[in-house]
Design a binder for this molecule. Structure first.
Ligand code: PLP
Length: 431
């Protein structure tokens, strides 16, 4: 089977696994094991020496996780992937795999709050500087770049602003000066394929749409295999300098017999080995179940969100609807350029005329939609950021991040659209 000829919908069900070699099982088994019997001492030595890739210990690799990694790699058009314990772990590893103390990276300002904290505080404590660039101005990434800049970072469809990131523009700037772009595609799986637009690395919080059922926390990093680390090796000492933690391996060289996977190989055999933020095989199994129906679900999320956005747009108590399909100018051009087939994702924001109090009242009046701090569940979700996720920020910082007092964020689920709209309508009627 030539995976390159199959559509993502087919790969979601088939890539990386046919049947269990021991039992013939068609569903991917949960290999709930910590360790693996070596065939003999030579086999063990080869595995440890990376002369052969294979299972050693589940902190570093696991056959269930491997199927998830292969499946997402195929769907994303990448070279190899690494599953980790959460989206936060994926972001941490994605950056730490290139940056050490004294280095910097340039990131879009439009980020998930947890990522913002990681960048502005925890990485700062580690001596790694995050430089914040305006996503509306791709050139701002170039301006903030110097010899110590190891990568760029951005989210495809950041909320609450929901303005699609200029992936190709920033990836092109980066590639011209040897800086890889890492894209967090959590909010737009399948509807955006960042590697096709020049991203070097893609990451996910699989907790969201990939899992899809709100059962498990997880993360994934996908290496496109298209970034030429060797051509810019002075920028990437962690990949081009002998690694004392692995008997002097130079990752750019060590990966050559295995494919264009220097980046993801290093992440697995050094960061995952040392930090240990491994995905549990049971969670990998849950994510595989999610991936298999992701193509169907994401279409329905998008269709329902478009209907909900249309309803809100016509409602007298709503002053503004934040939805990529309603944007104009450059923001709309990017939405159409990077989100396939006018599928604008499952997230919708809107502002209530009545401000903070109306926001709280609306949330408390919902009966079908869940009030939770999450996105990407099959169920419809709602949150009022000003009184929850963004309540610690000053009014000015809230405004800068796109949150106004009456702002509501919806993660539109896959229920019948009429039922979602009816619940929103009855909650609005109580204001
Ligand atoms: N990236 C985005 C865009 C997110 O929305 C989140 C979580 O909300 C994360 C990363 C972090 O993922 P996790 O909660 O799986 O650690």
């Amino acid at each position: 089977m030539d995976a390159s000829k199959l559509h993502p919908d087919t790969l979601a069900l088939h890539a990386g696994f046919r049947s269990d070699p021991a039992t013939g099982a068609v569903a991917v088994p949960v290999y709930q094991t910590t360790s693996y019997q070596f065939r003999d001492t030579e086999h063990a030595a080869n595995l440890f020496g990376l002369a052969e890739l294979g299972n050693i210990y589940t902190r570093i690799m696991n056959p269930t996780n491997d199927v998830l990694e292969q499946r997402l790699t195929a769907m994303e058009g990448g070279a190899a992937a690494l599953a980790v314990a959460s989206g936060q772990a994926a972001t941490t590893f994605a950056i730490m795999n290139l940056c050490e103390a004294g280095d910097n990276f340039v990131t879009s300002t439009d980020l998930y709050g947890g990522t913002w904290n990681l960048f502005a505080n925890t990485f700062k404590q580690m001596g790694i500087e995050a430089r914040f660039a305006d996503p509306a101005d791709p050139e701002s990434f170039r301006k903030l770049t110097d010899d110590k800049t190891r990568c760029y970072y951005a989210e495809t469809l950041p909320n609450p602003k929901l303005e699609v990131f200029p992936i190709q523009e920033v990836a092109d700037i980066g590639r011209s000066i040897g800086v890889p772009l890492i894209v967090d595609n959590t909010a737009a799986p399948l509807i955006c394929r960042p590697i096709e637009h020049g991203a070097a690395i893609v990451m996910y919080s699989t907790t969201k749409y990939i899992g899809g059922h709100g059962t498990s926390i997880g993360g994934l990093i996908i290496d496109s295999g298209t970034f030429d680390w060797e051509a810019h090796k002075e920028r990437f000492p962690l990949l081009s300098r002998p690694d004392p933690s692995y008997h002097g391996a130079v990752w750019i060289e060590a990966a050559k017999p295995l494919g264009p996977i220097a980046y993801i190989l290093r992440a697995r055999v050094t960061l995952l080995r040392d930090v240990g933020a491994a995905m549990s095989p049971m969670n990998a199994f849950q994510f595989i179940q999610g991936v298999e129906s992701l193509p169907l679900r994401i279409r329905r999320h998008c269709e329902n969100a478009a209907k909900v956005a249309g309803f809100l747009n016509d409602h007298a108590d709503v002053t503004r609807v934040i939805y990529p399909g309603f944007m104009e100018g450059e923001a709309r051009r990017r939405a159409d350029a990077y989100l396939e087939g006018k599928q604008y994702g499952g997230l919708v924001g809107f502002e209530l005329k009545g401000g903070l109090e109306a926001g709280r009242k609306f949330i408390d009046s919902l009966e079908l939609l869940y009030h939770v701090a999450n996105i990407g569940d099959a169920r419809s979700l709602a949150i009022h950021p000003a009184s929850t996720t963004h309540s610690q920020l000053s009014a000015e910082d809230q405004a800068a991040s796109g949150v106004t007092p009456g702002y509501i964020r919806l993660s539109v689920g896959i229920e019948h659209a009429e039922d979602i709209i009816a619940d929103i309508e009855q909650a609005l009627a109580k204001l």
